[in-house]
Design a protein. Sequence first.
Lengths: 347, 316
Amino acid sequence: MARRVLITGLDSFWGGRMAQALESDPEVEMILGVGTHEPSVALERAEFVRADETYSILSRIVRATQVDTIVHTFLVVDSTRVSGREMHEINVIGTMNLLAAAGQPGSPVRQVVVKSSTLVYGSASTDPTWFREETSRTSAARTRVERSLIEVEGFVRDFAQDNPSMVVSLLRFANVLGTNIVTPISSNLSRPWCPSVAGYDPLLQFVEEGDVVGCLEHVTRNRVRGIYNVAGEGKLPWSEVTAICGTHRLHLSPVATRVAAAPLVRLGLIELPPELESLLRFGRGVDTSRISETGFSCLHSTAGTVDSFVRSLRLRRSVHKAQPSYTYESDIEQFFRHSPAATRPGA
Amino acid sequence: MPAVPERRARSSETPDPTRYHDRVPASRQVAQHVERAARAALVALPHLKDAATPTARLSDVDEWGRSEHMRSIARRVFAPVYKHWFRAEWEGLEKIPKTGGALLVANHAGALPPDAPTIMHGIEVELGRPVYGMADYIFRRVPWVGTMWARVGGLPAHPDNALRLLKDQGQLAVVFPEGTKGPSKTYADRYRLRRFGRGGFVEIAMRAGVPVIPIAVVGAEESMPVIFRLPTLARALGVPYVPVTANVLVFGPLGLLLYFPSKLKLRVLDPVTFDVPPGQERYSKSRVMEEAESIRLHLQESLYEMLRERRNVFFG
């Protein structure tokens, strides 16, 4: 059966890449992306609709387009990019509206895929070395992004319970590194000095950006139901990650770390959101045996992910901008997609 | 890491350990083993899954935080203590399997228990297999201490950790079911085993389908005896116990780390296997408690037996 897929956050990093990945799939008949801004990657046939970040018009879109799959990639997991209020609007209110649209009476939607993060497990001294999907976090969620993601996951769980016929897939991705993505960790690693808490050398787990898209595609295509951790095989100590990336560790005091880091953060020398600070103390690991049982395995191990990141980092250090940037031109895209003059294969 | 195949090549040259035990008098066995260990610095590590992918690693820290390199330094530092200070002596080492997972269970004693490093060091040098020590989370919180503890093979005692280590990776792990109740007990209670937690170790071994191998340790109690505890200070510091040891009274501040040179004797008891299907989510609690209690009684009996045989605290 031909699939009609709606992707949230087409303008964001993951939305754009997910749309690109689905475009090559002949089973996917139509791809519709919603976003607050124009797409930042080149797209062949995916349609773009502008919507505000809380998706108040989503139920109209779902009714009008009869999409059967919603891929919710637009969840903010990086608290340095947006304000706390904005993050709440995007994550909590956005997901609520999205699930309301998907669950409306007579809804054509059969599958909802949500891209969450292993941030929901937190990072504390009492953690197991590996979190399984059903292991609950051992510490209270103190950071804003963790609290908002836990709230989002609560909505998704309730939604799955209320709509047993719906395939609900919730993916928790470990910290992402890769060629293009910019996160607090990647920008720290790109600088000559990066933060570290003195006396701690945590083990971190990474997932490569291509594997994130690959996994989203896998669960969408095969209608995989359930909650899954996704991360690269193995773990690396932070000292080794920084050594591979050729940066020096700036040892922050283990007590009053935030106070010590505040001036450096202010000067823009380091990035240290609260969730990164606890990660740099105790690290985090997730067990990925459940996702591998569904037939998916990451192409990159954690060490391979760091390697792929450092390769792109070296290139960026030599050639300032490696890839040409893309600008969305509305009239050109309209011409190629809808003008009778343009021939479209398969249409 | 070039050191590992080198070690494998060497270990194939050494004679069959069972025959070796026959030929050499017992008193010289330990000394020779330690010398052998000093020559072969690194323990052979199991094959890693992603070893085939060409990724540049700069350290040998594994996914548990253990570094074979740090471990070999720790062994070099601890070897003279093991050999000359505690003069550790093993009995029944052949009962520990050379391959596959097993859960080692021992009694825990002394304010800073020397039994844990002795068991880990001893098995690593004698059998050439890594041993992971499972302990309280408290170590992880302390800067530097927590990192060092992880690098030399320590990890938090969490059932999931034990399961992955024993079942999926077939490693050796040592646990002390008494927990902090063992080392915190005063000298008056020496060699009286505390409660074995909630029998979690039996449940883990059942689920992983591996044997439990009890090890009775004699001598750790006298190496750093606890005279009394300071519960108020412990509460204020947020640690399980603050002991005042005989070592501190004798040696002053030096006694915080200096052990009395009591002789350590370790006896490996017969492995206990459970005739239950592995991999189940839950096991009968009564069965688990029964097995844990029977292991505890057996260990306690062996301790008394070893004490009956012991003529002198310092010379064995």
